[in-house]
Design a protein around this ligand. Sequence first.
Ligand SMILES: [Zn+2]
Length: 278
Amino acid sequence: MPFLTEPEPARGVAIDCLPGITRVVARNPSVMTYQGTNTYLIESADGLSVLDPGPDDQQHVADIMQAAGTRRIERIIVSHAHSDHFGAAAALKAASGAPLYGYKISGDERFKADIKLADGEAVAGLKGVFTPGHAADHLSFEYHVPGTGKILFSADHVMSWSSSIVNPPGGDMRAYYASLELLLDRDDVLYLPGHGPALPDPRSMVAEMLAHRKAREATIMAELVNQPWKIPPLAEKLYAKTNLFLKMAAERNVLAHLLKLQAEGIATVDAEEWRLVS
Ligand SMILES: [Zn+2]
């Protein structure tokens, strides 16, 4: 897939994205988080919103407060309850006094929103679009930028630098497919993701991601036609990752595909061995 890259962004400063929107990139780069989590600062008629406070890191909280400057942070919105997105929520709330917003059912008991959002609900011009799959409580946010048009803060559902990990039980491949299909029916001109640079022409990437997953699923089914498989050797054969984290991610993705096939009555598991339903 035509993934985008970017040089290491400046740390500790607000980087311009679009009129009224900047990002502060957290100091948590890794093979799973790319250059780090993007914390967005969004200035609207309703004041300053922070989308995704980022990982539990006092320096990052200080960086966000510095980027806000004399502006008061009115609200802190969390796209989904993964620690690289909500980790700093409590500390940023304490530093700013702003309430926390998130999906009505949190995917992690360590994160509790003060104000719970439902699918389609808007706050400060940010309209939540429920997009489960990467995480059970994942919200993307639709937003209108004057002069640019309708954009989507796509968080970790669709990113420019990599496909998303779908890690059960929070990650759900059937939901992920459905959430990709949902985006195909939309006409956003640009995505601002949770990691990595902005994604122009987002629908073609979404279509490729969906096609890629369907091809992967077909490959898994083709392997199961030949013999039953346990997940580690099947992931090894299909992904050939050497990095330990990527190897683990590959196994979780394979499990997610198999659980989807199981839910659809196509595959079954016995003693960790997966086979097709005959
Ligand atoms: Zn993330």
